[in-house]
Design a protein around this ligand. Sequence first.
Ligand SMILES: Cc1cc2nc3c(=O)[nH]c(=O)nc-3n(C[C@H](O)[C@H](O)[C@H](O)COP(=O)(O)OP(=O)(O)OC[C@H]3O[C@@H](n4cnc5c(N)ncnc54)[C@H](O)[C@@H]3O)c2cc1C
Length: 410
Amino acid sequence: MRQQVKAVRGTMAILGAGIMGVSLAVMMARRGYSVSLFDKEHEPLACASRWNEGKIHLGYLYGADPSLLTARHLLSGGLCFGRLVSELIGSDLESHTTFSDDIYLVHRDSIVGAEALGTIFERLDVLLHSHADAAHYLVDVSAARSKRLSKGELANITGSEQVVAGFQVPERSVNTRWIADRLCEVVKGEPNISLRMAAKILSAQPTDGITGQWRVAIEGEKTESFDIVVNCLWEGRLAVDRTAGLEPVPGWSHRHRLCLFGRTRQPVDVPCAVVALGPFGDIKNYDGRSFYLSWYPSGLFLESGELSIETPIALDATAQQCFIDDVRAKLTELVPNVSSMFNDAEELEVRGGFVFAQGRGSLSDPKATIHRRNQFGVNRLGGYISVDTGKYSTAPWLANSLARQMCGVE
Ligand SMILES: Cc1cc2nc3c(=O)[nH]c(=O)nc-3n(C[C@H](O)[C@H](O)[C@H](O)COP(=O)(O)OP(=O)(O)OC[C@H]3O[C@@H](n4cnc5c(N)ncnc54)[C@H](O)[C@@H]3O)c2cc1C
């Protein structure tokens, strides 16, 4: 049901049409607000929010943060992701959600050993069960537990000596390409949203003090002024924040990662697996035929602590084939069944995007700050609001709480 905005009046610009900007724009529009939504691309959801693994985090991937601060910060967003996205797109996610729990395969070079990881997982189970929304995850996880695989169960997945243990954890993933298509339809059909594509944002500055209007500069166009500006630019966010007078907190990093997205002609029996914990890989089998594969060291094409960052030039056909061969070799060494995904592929794309993190360092270094993701969220300067999405899985939750605040619901 549509509500009228009471607390906020005036014009609003949302910068960035990824899952964060689009979710917020639709939520505000449905409350009766008029929104201008800007993006440098020609279509919404063309970047990281389309081309990612879609793990809806419950914290298990952050086993190298024994404080559990990361898990606590991720949990609420992950648990309400399914409900909020279903409301946005008007459709259930069930047939686009992985149909089995993730298997964490503990690599012999894991930065957290199997015993210690098992203990952390048990603590995460307790955290999960104590959360009021545990029944509302993509599946009901209010009584779900992580479980160490028996030797036989592990041998069914891998015979590799590089894998020393396996755990089943109650995490699922969603097919981000399918969700991106649905969100595109919704945002294009929303009469209260003015879509401003192919519009690169250069800066945002106050016209008359931070509580007055904000002037947004768009490459090759006249500046435009708004009462509220929300920066959801992900890898472009900090550069615009600085123009607005919001100084970035030191210690961030930008990484550009490539992965494989594909589809097989017929269903393949390959489990959803995460090689843990460190610079390894992931296998996602969303519906038997749609899949995602990554091998982190091969796919990491750029890593930078600079403020501004340009998208790397796309790989040519030869470099793409080398990348595909490398991912295939590394993953099939650990999970031989992955070869069926390649043998039967009718589509295989090399895609990816930026990962912004308020943390840096190598995944192979247990002390690196990159293993903690507990600092994302919203930062304000009068009518200028900057949102660090944190994760795909936390975007709708952050958007929902921001929309509620802006509309005076809380
Ligand atoms: C390979 C990979 C795997 C990942 N796996 C997961 C996962 O399993 N689970 C998870 O939760 N997260 C995952 N992530 C992270 C996740 O993709 C991001 O957290 C999320 O998509 C960020 O959403 P966003 O809307 O903030 O950013 P985006 O989707 O990148 O949207 C930002 C938009 O801003 C636009 N933009 C940027 N700068 C400018 C500018 N100056 N002017 C105009 N427009 C601009 C871009 O074109 C883009 O459309 C992964 C990321 C990658 C790359």
